[in-house]
Design a protein. Structure first.
Length: 190
C-alpha cells in the first residue's frame, strides 16, 4: 500500500515537473525566470535585510533582524533536510530535462523556495501586502521547477518550511527582543 502511494506520488510529481519544465519553455521565460530565481538566494535577502536595517528606521531595524533570523533558521533546516533526504535533482535522474541554469547539491527541499517564503512571510506580515509578497515567493518557487532544478514537491515543502520558520519567529518575536536587549545591556555595561 505504502509503495503504491509512493509510486503514485512520484508519478504525479514527475508529470507536473515535465509539464512545467518542457511545455512552457520559451526564450523570454528562460531569461525572466533566470533573473527571478536570483531572488531566492541568501545574498539577495541579505542585501534586502541590510537595506532595511540601514534605511528602514526603527521598524526596519527590527524587521531586518527578524528576517536575518528567518534566513538563518530556514537555511539551516533546509540544508539539514537536504542532507537527510538526499534526493537527487531532476536533471540528474530524468532524461530530456530542459536545464536552464545548473545548481549542485540535493533537491529536497528547495532552499530558494524556503528562503523566499520565510522572508516574504515576515515582510508581508510586518508591512502588509502579504498576498503580493507570497505571490513573489511563489514565482521564485515556480522558477526553480521551470529551470529544471527542482520537483514541484521540493518547492511546496520548501514553501511550507519557510512559512513555518517565519511564523515561529514572529510568534517568539517579543522573547527575541527581550534577549537582544539583555545582551546589548550586558555588552554596554562591561
Amino acid at each position: 500500500m505504502l509503495e503504491g502511494l509512493t509510486n503514485s506520488f512520484n508519478y504525479y510529481d514527475t508529470s507536473i515537473f515535465f509539464w512545467i519544465n518542457l511545455h512552457l519553455h520559451n526564450p523570454l521565460y528562460d531569461m525572466l525566470l533566470s533573473i527571478v530565481t536570483f531572488a531566492g538566494t541568501q545574498i539577495f535577502w541579505i542585501a534586502i535585510c541590510l537595506g532595511l536595517f540601514i534605511f528602514g528606521g526603527e521598524k526596519g531595524k527590527k524587521v531586518a533582524l527578524i528576517c536575518f533570523f528567518a534566513l538563518f533558521l530556514s537555511y539551516v533546516l533546509s540544508e539539514l533536510i537536504k542532507y537527510l533526504v538526499a534526493r537527487p535533482r531532476p536533471f540528474v535522474v530524468l532524461n530530456k530535462v530542459e536545464l536552464v541554469s545548473y545548481t549542485g547539491g540535493y533537491s529536497f527541499p528547495s532552499g530558494h523556495a524556503t528562503t523566499a517564503f520565510a522572508l516574504c512571510t515576515v515582510l508581508g506580515l510586518k508591512y502588509g501586502y502579504i498576498y503580493l509578497f507570497i505571490a513573489f515567493a511563489a514565482l521564485i518557487a515556480f522558477s526553480r521547477v521551470y529551470l529544471g532544478v527542482h520537483y514541484p514537491s521540493d518547492v511546496i515543502f520548501g514553501a511550507l518550511l519557510g512559512v513555518g520558520c517565519a511564523l515561529l519567529l514572529l510568534r517568539e518575536e517579543n522573547k527575541i527582543w527581550d534577549y537582544i536587549l539583555k545582551l546589548k545591556s550586558r555588552l554596554v555595561n562591561k
